[in-house]
Ligand binder design. Structure first.
Ligand code: SF4
Ligand code: SF4
Length: 185
């Protein structure tokens, strides 16, 4: 199998999306709300994946683009080939983490994801106070938004104590099956 085919095949087998169907019309990039914040816009990411070059694949996995994508699906809606770019972006983020080559600007995004997921893992529900505390410890950005806490507490927007679901074991099983393969956890 050629190198070119193997990268597209790998993307297809892990995300279910065939990037070779992209014909570079650029509609996804034109409608992308985050294109200005990306190092490579979505249509260019598709092109880099199509080239089959390992160097280009690594460029994609090291890119800022895959982390600032909001999975808003504007690109997917606009694509005449129905290419599910958000799904590809998800797959690329997982791969980037597994290889330990995520862009440096992604550190707070990754810290947020991990803080969010660890609350779900522990209780089956999101406990905002715990998530915020963990996020601050992970990023050492201890004072960010602290002034909002008293008013959110007084309005009942935050709960001091976590609530748990009954079947926490099922949630734990899901995490055991799906989390834990990436580097730098
Ligand atoms: S809209 Fe679809 S076909 Fe056009 S460049 Fe984007 S991914 Fe490719
Ligand atoms: S899903 Fe990502 S790539 Fe697609 S339009 Fe939204 S931000 Fe852009």
């Amino acid at each position: 199998m050629s190198e070119k085919k193997s990268i597209a095949t790998h993307v297809k087998s892990t995300s279910g999306v065939d990037v070779m169907h992209c014909y570079q019309c650029g509609k996804c990039t034109a409608g992308c709300v985050q294109a200005e914040r990306m190092d490579y816009p979505p249509s260019y990411i598709m092109r880099l994946l199509q080239t089959g070059s390992q160097e280009n694949y690594e460029k994609v996995l090291r890119s800022r683009s895959i982390w600032v994508c909001l999975n808003c699906e504007n690109c997917y809606e606009r694509c005449p080939q129905s290419i599910d770019i958000p799904h590809v972006m998800d797959m690329l983020r997982v791969e980037s983490l597994k290889r330990g080559i995520a862009h440096k600007d992604a550190s707070k995004i990754i810290a947020f994801h991990r803080s969010f997921l660890s609350q779900i893992k522990n209780t089956g529900r999101l406990w905002e106070v715990g998530m915020e505390a963990e996020y601050k410890l992970r990023t050492m950005d201890l004072m960010q938004d602290v002034c909002l806490v008293p008013s959110m507490l007084s309005k009942g927007k935050l709960s001091i104590l976590p609530e748990s679901i009954k079947d926490k074991a099922s949630v734990k099983k899901i995490f055991d099956r799906t989390v834990g393969t990436e580097k730098g956890k």
